[in-house]
Design a protein around this ligand. Structure first.
Ligand SMILES: CC(C)(COP(=O)(O)OP(=O)(O)OC[C@H]1O[C@@H](n2cnc3c(N)ncnc32)[C@H](O)[C@@H]1OP(=O)(O)O)[C@@H](O)C(=O)NCCC(=O)NCCS
Length: 210
């Protein structure tokens, strides 16, 4: 099943609460999404290798066309997150159909950070990946120093499996990536992880040791 078929079956768009909605990314999002990237490039380039190359809206449009194709062919499940203020950010699964494995990637506009939006968005995509797309394994890779991103994985209850040394070239140079994963049989579901996060005071992020 492809992401578009998931949408056709009614699993998307998804209401994440507090006026936040997640729906499949469209090329028509390009101007708004580029405006956020352009405004926040100094902040985003710290952790995202593609920011410096995204110099104009045509490049954004070409990228969104690529992910629209992935949503149609089953190679991905990429969504735009919005609230009443406009686009909050993007979240997506890169899908390896052969091994029924998916890797999640994401970013948020600064105005949307600190509200549990990405946590809820990734949990919702994991539900779809397991129940609709038949994924067996879900992965998340974050730079060792990216405390906020690592906290997303840890809040989701993903296992830390190891470190891929100098596996990503960021503006600061090569960085190590921490690999987090959860197997479908161990995924408790978005409702359970959301409930657990709501019950734990202080956000639940562990210290970012290597
Ligand atoms: C990584 C990134 C998406 C994380 O965003 P985030 O808002 O911190 O992540 P979450 O959605 O998990 O939100 C957690 C925060 O919301 C708070 N929160 C509020 N309501 C919440 C809820 N219902 N559930 C969970 N957390 C909630 C948490 O306490 C936490 O805040 P704190 O860290 O200030 O204590 C964001 O920092 C970002 O876009 N960074 C730049 C790009 C990037 O690094 N991408 C990833 C590359 S690997």
């Amino acid at each position: 099943m492809s992401a578009e078929m998931v949408r056709g079956a009614g699993a998307l768009p998804l209401d994440l609460g507090d006026g936040v909605v997640l729906d499949l990314t469209s090329v028509t999002d390009a101007a708004e999404v580029f405006a956020v990237v352009d405004r926040e490039r100094d902040r985003l380039r710290q952790w995202l290798p593609w920011v410096d190359a995204t110099v104009d809206v045509d490049i954004e449009r070409a990228y969104l066309a690529e992910i629209e194709r992935a949503n149609a062919t089953g190679a991905g499940l990429h969504a735009t997150i919005r609230d009443p203020g406009g686009p909050c950010g993007l979240v997506g699964l890169r899908i390896d159909q052969l091994h029924r494995r998916a890797e999640v990637g994401y970013w948020l506009s600064e105005r949307c950070v600190g509200r549990g939006i990405m946590f809820r968005a990734v949990a919702a995509l994991f539900d779809i990946a397991v129940t609709e797309l038949g994924m067996h394994r879900l992965e998340l890779l974050a730079a060792t120093g990216n405390v906020r991103s690592r906290a997303v994985a840890e809040r989701l209850g993903m296992s830390r499996e190891g470190v891929r040394r100098e596996a990503e070239l960021l503006s600061s140079g090569f960085v190590d990536l921490v690999l987090y994963a959860v197997l479908a049989r161990d995924w408790p579901g978005a409702a359970a992880v959301t409930q657990a996060a709501a019950g734990s005071s202080g956000g639940g992020a562990q210290s970012p040791d290597r």
